[in-house]
Design a protein around this ligand. Structure first.
Ligand SMILES: [Zn+2]
Ligand SMILES: [Zn+2]
Length: 288
């Protein structure tokens, strides 16, 4: 009995703790429901109301992104492409392109996927926190599928010119890079490359060649880029012709980066992107 009494006491304490735990869970549930009523959570993509325990996307947007992310993509250019059309690790479209200056691309899906497009718009022009969290999660998942993820030493977001930063709610590539970094635990090196020239928006360029001309020479390595001998993954929200990635990768290579890949939230096509041919002075620029 001398031993039984303390056990009974512990049992009571356990039951008391269990009751306390259940009350706490019930309390949290009530509080969460109240928060849902007073301040309903909305889908990060379409802004429809969703219960608080569903995450950040409504079932429809989640299904659309899941389906887009599951489509096979060309490991070199990120375009959606059937494995049957791949030859030598490239799809039919990028097989003859010379402008890709990165070894491979990870992407979530194509830009025409509505929830992806809406979140990218919100990341660029609206409230970035929740779209960045969702896109960061999906882009981290896309990166985990790449055989080169273990080789990445550092993530480098495409830099924004200070004047453009002043016009926007955030530096979207940097916010995205930080969200990805949180999940894959690879550091972000935000000041490896500087954007020296203020250029007009790429969306105004009428041809792929014009997009390349628009960004040509607008990046420079930072005073201490700290990428020498390191493998880099460039982070951006969107790749259309690859012009920006090409220029950033060129500067990183000049700064001594060893291997360079890219991870972008979305891939978009561009009429005429087959025709673009960018002459280079250094053949090494053309190799990943
Ligand atoms: Zn939605
Ligand atoms: Zn391709």
């Amino acid at each position: 009995m001398g031993r039984a009494a303390p056990e009974t006491g512990r049992g009571s304490r356990r039951r008391g703790t269990a009751r306390g735990g259940a009350l706490l869970v019930a309390g949290r549930h009530v509080l969460s429901s109240l928060v849902d009523v007073v301040w309903p959570q909305t889908c990060a993509a379409c802004a429809l109301w969703i219960p608080g325990d569903m995450g950040l996307l409504c079932p429809d947007c989640l299904a659309e992104i899941e389906a887009a992310a599951a489509l096979p993509a060309c490991p070199r250019c990120g375009r959606t492409a059937s494995p049957l059309t791949m030859f030598d690790g490239r799809c039919g479209l990028c097989r003859h392109e010379r402008h890709w200056n990165v070894a491979g691309i990870a992407r979530i899906g194509e830009y025409h996927i509505a929830p992806l497009q809406r979140m990218l718009q919100a990341l660029k022009f609206g409230t970035p926190d929740r779209p960045a969290a969702v896109l960061g999660q999906w882009l981290a998942a896309a990166l985990r599928r790449q055989p080169w993820i273990a080789e990445i030493d550092v993530l480098v977001p495409v830099p924004m010119h200070w004047l453009r930063r002043w016009q926007r709610p955030c530096d979207h590539a940097q916010v995205l890079a930080e969200a990805v970094s949180e999940r894959i635990h690879i550091p972000v090196h935000r000041s490896a490359v500087r954007r020296e020239k203020y250029t007009r928006s790429q969306t105004r360029a009428r041809s792929a060649t014009e997009r390349f001309r628009n960004v040509r020479g607008c990046f420079e390595p930072a005073r201490r880029p700290a990428v020498a001998g390191r493998n880099v993954c460039i982070i951006d929200n969107l790749v259309v012709t690859g012009a920006t990635l090409h220029e950033v990768a060129k500067v990183l290579r000049q700064a001594g980066a060893r291997r360079i890949w890219a991870a972008v939230a979305a891939r978009s096509g561009f009429a005429g992107d087959r025709e673009v041919r960018i002459p280079t002075t250094n053949p090494a620029e053309e190799t990943g």
